[in-house]
Every structure is written in structure tokens, then in C-alpha cells.
Ligand binder design. Sequence first.
Ligand code: SF4
Ligand code: SF4
Length: 100
Amino acid sequence: MFDSYLENTLRFHDEKCVSCLRCTEVCPHGVFVQIDDRIICAHSTRCMECGACALNCPAQAIEVKSGVGCAWAMISAARAGRDMDEGECCCGGERGSCCE
Ligand code: SF4
Ligand code: SF4
């Protein structure tokens, strides 16, 4: 059975990665990290499937099925009993983020 706390649709093809660092810059949850001159998918279970990394990767090294909007904003709104539009995302909507 699919367990969303342990699994998600994020797939990293490290053989395609050109170490441009964009995924480390745009991911609001620090899923990708740089170790020496390599990028690794260090915290895949943190992924909320916003799609920002795949959208910004110039080497198509990342796949993720996104499309639900910002999951963090949805959760935040649900916890506060508000509409999705009133949810707050922790990424702050900075340039290149999922909320840009
Ligand atoms: S889909 Fe979003 S949360 Fe998941 S790794 Fe990519 S940028 Fe990070
Ligand atoms: S954005 Fe793509 S090519 Fe750039 S470091 Fe991340 S996975 Fe590698």
C-alpha cells in the first residue's frame, strides 16, 4: 500500500545531473543537498511534490508528479480551518519557489 509519509513520486536521476544547484535553491524543504561536487537527494521524504525542482532542472534529472498546488499551503489552511487561498507556505514565494 502507498504510504505518503514514506513514499512520494519524486525520482532523482543522478546520472543526468550537471550540478547546477538550482534544485537546492528552489526546494522549500531542503530535499537536495550538495556534497563536494555532487548533488544528492538526501531527504526525499520531506518532498511535498510542489514540482519546483523538476521545473527548474535544466537536465531533466528530476521527475515528480505535481499539480495539487502547494501541499504546505493546503495543510496549513486545513489546520487553521481556512480556505486553501488563505494557506501560508513556508517558502515565502521567493523567486524560483513553488509560489513564485
Ligand atoms: S517537488 Fe518541491 S518539495 Fe519536492 S523536492 Fe522538488 S522542490 Fe522540493
Ligand atoms: S537542478 Fe537538476 S541538474 Fe541542477 S543540480 Fe539539481 S538535479 Fe542536478
